[in-house]
Design a protein around this ligand. Structure first.
Ligand SMILES: C=C(O[C@@H]1C=C(C(=O)O)C=C[C@H]1O)C(=O)O
Length: 429
């Protein structure tokens, strides 16, 4: 398969599979499409920190020669720990990490297909049965969809309108003034009716070219789809090195380079945004200490400039004290105050009343890992759920004492853009 993109194959797979994950990182030229479930860990109510035991146990049963490097083995997701649970998310587990039967990925402009199979004895090696399976799988992906036309349209049916939002922000600011919280990230949920044909090829062609610095993803489970364009790395394990970032503090884009730079300067000088940002740095620093030997933190935040918005970004890294237990570490930083708040527990409780809905996978985790110390986890923001004839999009922003409801509302509008602009929007309001 020469010169094709993995994203070109999604719609054909979609016709034949009820469960897959696609994700791309245009910034490092990689794309993965993982289909079928051979083995799954997680499921309902599994604590994150308990996953490592299962993974290590699994690893002990894999012969060392089979430990693949630089290709993920497990793909999956974790929901945001909302205390409210809603039916719209019931087609997704709380936590799911699975070994797919097939993975299609690209390297240097070529597509490759990996077939995984579980075998109880070393004698049961690759045989003709497996060759037939992989041939059948590839034959399904005949790219019929490339000639189809996308026609999906959306029409707004319900929204956290401004007055509702204002109440939430004022409520949050009061809690902060009373010292119950330092920061809380409030989100809006906007519902649309969706009609017409969604073509994922098309959607990811757009996201990958317009948001090249994001991790663009799609998770299908049963007949529901969760997708988005995440600018935020939660954590990357590269053998003994761990990397993460604080991404918090936002401002709009300008109409030209000069205005862009002026806005970036304004963002860097803003005390309010610096406070939102520093709270995330401190949280990561404090909770990573037990896992890392040294912690390197950029001295001044960079500007991460996306098509719709600019953010303050501080890169953080360090050497792991021991061989990675991915989820023990992730559990001690997630959910970060970039998407939840500080203190974490109080923020989760407050979200129940202030936000009042189940975030499901929005602001959860999506990513992959292998058994050789390599893993990457992204924060599932700038995202939406498509279920039946509804598209439900989410966007949130950090509230501190100085926050103003109008500005924060506008920030959520900017953050909805990557999703909403993919569709022919019939909302005239
Ligand atoms: C919560 C979201 O974004 C987060 C909040 C940000 C902020 O408050 O400035 C910036 C980046 C993200 O960490 C979202 O996009 O929904």
């Amino acid at each position: 398969m020469d010169g094709e993109k993995v994203s070109d194959l999604i719609d054909d797979l979609d016709r034949n599979s009820y469960s897959f994950i696609y994700y791309s990182k245009p910034f490092d030229d990689s794309e993965y499409l993982a289909s079928g479930k051979l083995f799954e860990i997680g499921k309902t109510n599994q604590k994150l920190s308990e996953l490592d035991k299962i993974i290590l146990n699994f690893r002990d049963n894999v012969s060392a020669g089979d430990l693949v490097e630089s290709i993920p083995i497990f793909f999956g997701y974790v929901k945001f720990p909302s205390t409210t649970k809603e039916k719209i998310w019931s087609n997704f587990n709380e936590v799911s990490w699975f070994i797919p039967q097939f993975v299609i990925f690209s390297r240097e402009n070529k597509l490759y297909c990996v077939q995984n199979f579980l075998s109880s004895s070393l004698q049961d090696d690759l045989n003709s049965k497996h060759t037939v399976e992989v041939q059948n799988f590839i034959q399904q992906l005949v790219r019929k969809s490339v000639t189809e036309k996308a026609s999906a349209k959306i029409e707004k049916i319900s929204d956290d309108d401004f007055s509702n939002w204002e109440k939430k922000v004022v409520g949050a600011v009061n809690e902060i003034k009373e010292n119950k919280l330092q920061k809380i990230v409030l989100a809006r949920k906007v519902e649309y009716k969706i009609s017409g044909k969604v073509l994922w090829n098309d959607i990811f062609e757009k996201l990958n070219s317009e948001y090249p610095d994001c991790m663009n993803f799609l998770i299908k489970s049963h007949q529901d789809y969760f997708f988005g364009s995440s600018p935020e790395l939660l954590g990357k394990f590269e053998k003994d090195i761990f990397r993460t970032e604080a991404l918090a503090g936002s401002i709009n884009r300008g109409s030209d380079e000069y205005e862009d730079s002026d806005l970036a300067l304004l963002l860097s000088a803003s005390k309010k945004n610096k406070k939102e940002h520093d709270i995330v740095i401190d949280h990561l620093h404090d909770n990573l200490q037990k896992h890392l030997l040294n912690i390197d933190i950029d001295e001044t935040p960079l500007i991460k400039r996306l098509k719709n918005i600019q953010h303050l970004q501080t890169k953080i890294s360090g050497r792991l004290k021991e061989s990675p237990k991915y989820f023990q570490l992730i559990d001690s930083v997630f959910p970060t105050p970039a998407i939840c708040g500080i203190p974490t527990k109080q923020s989760l409780n407050e979200l129940k009343t202030l936000e009042g809905f189940d975030r499901g996978l929005y602001s959860g985790i999506v990513g992959s890992f292998n058994l050789s110390g390599e893993a990457e986890f992204f924060v599932a923001i700038r995202s939406a759920l498509i279920s039946e004839n509804k598209l439900i999009a989410f966007a949130g922003c950090g509230i501190v004492e100085e926050s103003n409801p109008d500005e924060e509302f506008n920030e959520t509008e900017l953050k909805l853009q990557p999703i909403i602009s993919l569709f022919n929007n019939e909302d005239k309001s």
